[in-house]
Design a protein around this ligand. Structure first.
Ligand SMILES: [Ca+2]
Ligand SMILES: [Ca+2]
Length: 249
């Protein structure tokens, strides 16, 4: 895949992080903002891209406060019923490559080297029947390790994300990581089903690494995401500024 690609430098940075679960948490706790600022010194070619991203996201702070939903209707109401859904049903089945893959309404970046014995794949159940399938239609069969996993990359900043899942809680223990916050499936969706979040901070990436050194296999389909309305954006920026002021006192 060619460079530069939105999100790729950050992801490559994370790719070099230690695989141990404890160390991983330490690394992801580093604010996204500081990682990107640090990289600007190393590669001046990245500066225009970083600036563009900074303006687009305009993050007042780099960590998000996430509200978790296990009911799809409740999530839809929380984002004001303004969202889009990718069900993969128009995607021609293929195995995801390392790096960036164009998948319908968003991209999927495979961090690290995809597991060849249990690949990250967009699977059509008519071609490859699979127990991880969710509703009998094309879906993502995911495979994640701590340092090898798919990350969803959205072209516009979003405020909410959710999907239907199967079997995210085997030995590997799938997590969602959004702006350094970790959402664990074992607590919120032990048997699969809907898991979604609404954030107080805009984000463009949803990483899906496993916590442990076991490959976590899972299914994902009906990926919904919410791009806030302009009025909501102003409210988010105001809330962020107020939070910043509060912390300075
Ligand atoms: Ca589908
Ligand atoms: Ca599993």
């Amino acid at each position: 895949m060619g460079l530069p690609v939105l999100g790729e430098p950050y992801l490559q940075k994370r790719e070099t992080s230690p695989t141990a679960s404890k160390a991983w948490r330490t690394v992801v706790a580093v604010p996204v903002w500081s990682v990107r600022v640090g990289m600007m010194k190393k590669n001046s070619l990245l500066i225009p891209m970083m600036l563009a991203l900074s303006v687009a996201v305009a993050l007042p702070h780099a960590t998000a406060s996430l509200t978790i939903y296990t009911d799809r209707t409740a999530w839809e109401n929380a984002v004001g019923n303004i969202f889009m859904t990718e069900n993969f049903n128009s995607v021609t089945p293929f195995d995801l490559s390392d790096g960036l893959n164009d998948v319908g309404l968003f991209d999927i970046f495979v961090v690290g080297t995809a597991n060849l014995t249990f690949p990250n794949s967009i699977i059509d159940p008519n071609i490859t029947p699979n127990s991880l399938n969710i509703d009998g239609t094309t879906f993502l069969r995911g495979a994640s390790l701590p340092a090898s996993f798919p990350t969803l990359i959205f072209s516009d900043p979003i405020i909410g994300f959710g999907a239907d899942w199967t079997s995210p809680t085997s030995a590997g223990m799938l997590t969602l990581q959004i702006l350094g916050d970790v959402v664990e499936f074992d607590v919120h969706a032990p048997l699969g089903g809907f898991l979604g979040v609404v954030s107080d901070t805009l984000f463009t990436e949803v990483a899906m690494p496993a916590q442990n050194a076991f490959t976590e296999g899972y299914g994902m389909d009906n990926v919904s995401f919410a791009i806030p309305a302009p009025g909501a954006l102003a409210f988010i920026a105001l809330a962020g500024l107020m939070g910043t002021r509060r912390r300075r006192r």
